[in-house]
Write a protein that binds this ligand. Sequence first.
Ligand code: G4P
Length: 519
Amino acid sequence: MSIEQEVKKRRTFGIISHPDAGKTTLTEKLLLFGGAIRSAGTVKGKKTGKFATSDWMKVEQERGISVTSSVMQFDFDGFKINILDTPGHEDFSEDTYRTLMAVDSAVMVIDAAKGIEPQTLKLFKVCRMRGIPIFTFINKLDRVGKEPFELLEEIEETLDIETYPMTWPIGMGPSFFGIINRKDKTINPFKEDELLQLNDDYSLESPHPIEADSAFQNALEEFMLVEEAGDEFDADKIATGDLTPVFFGSALSTFGIEEFLDTYVDFAPSPMPRNTTEESKVAPTDEAFRGFIFKIQANMDPRHRDRIAFLRVVSGKFERGMDTTLARTSKKHKITRATMFMADDKETVNEAYAGDIIGLYDTGNFQIGDTLYGQNGKVTFEALPQFTPELFMKVSAKNVMKQKHFYKGIEQLVQEGAIQYYKTVHTNQPILGAVGQLQFEVFEHRMKHEYNTDIIMEPIGKKIARWVENQDDIKDAMSTSRSNLVLDRYDNKVFLFENEFATRWFSEKYPEIKLYNLL
Ligand code: G4P
């Protein structure tokens, strides 16, 4: 098969959701559809037992959880679909955001009873910034939840995106009868096998007792309203992330998933071109192999301290044993060990194409954001964005004699993208910034085990970090306990504000200081 054909059949997405909305269940059911797993309950993660955040490293080492569930590939209808895991709450970190830099589309799972929740919103914003298509799966229709119109309104208003329901639910909870598929006006009943068909005038083609049900009549009226007054279907708007196709279903009951997949493969983009620092784009069908590293997983196997670097293939064909060049150092790396991940298995990859994610065994050569290229492929991809951290800790070495190790560890872990580094302006007190609590724990663990340094961390809590455009206008007096001035790793001035109120107060008092945030 040609590279073009291989690229055309690939789809790569991440699921964005708030914990408990049903991401794991949906992933599992998607894999079941693709035959990638034999029975539900095998997607590793919380289903194999709950664990506290502090157990993370141990559990990770024992089971390789985040490796096996980080990337999964399955086949559906001739397509090769890659799901990239974007961990939820206790796992939440910059990794989660960066993973969204490696997908071409996102699937947003919403609990019908809860609507948009904070984590969904955060992750959504990252997708929106990239302008990638977002598909919405409203889950748990087998339970009583919010009314469908209320949910659509909430999505539109909270997320500022148009909605286009591809299916429409009939009832919910105990009275959930099924969904109407807008494409062909069939009704897929929740508890029966046979599809029902709607006529053009919205009557049922063949009589069914459900017609007498008020929930059914109500749903039909809503459906007609959606057809007549709802947003118009617009594939271009889907492509730019301005309109989200919405599906209703129940992941747990494997219901509404096929309807979702059918549409998803039609309207989700195949692997997209990617920007380089040379201001040209790399097309996925380009002959030369290229990819970039978006995640590094350390300490997979406690006996060999190797790491796995996750590389997203951007163009060409990856072949095992090939020679590649690392753009940052211009050094050659022969890739003899690469893995691809199935739900309950890792496999050695022999070849991969744009959209695929491969795991490269790394002995410390790679960094987050690195570009690798094969013959005739010399490029450097645009750097991955830095994200605005929300949580901060003061950090110091427990043993002052270990300062050298301490700073070396910080430097390397910061380069790797594990954590962000700041320091106070006059006293150079190191401060760590993170988007998720887990990053601090990983940092502490790795400092101890890889750099042999015990550290003391003192939380300074949630802060609003704002960078400054006109750095020279900053005066010492502007730094207070509520607007603490620090320097980032590039010595840029950054204010850490106590809260929104302090941010506003500052902007009013010093209108000449132009503040901005990163992503
Ligand atoms: P997550 O990965 O997004 O965190 O969610 P997960 O799939 O683990 O699902 C969270 C809970 O919601 C699970 O309950 C799961 O069975 C349930 N769930 C998922 N999809 C549906 C659905 O369509 N309908 C209903 N009724 N429930 C659904 P759990 O196993 O009891 O676990 P937990 O709540 O104790 O974590």
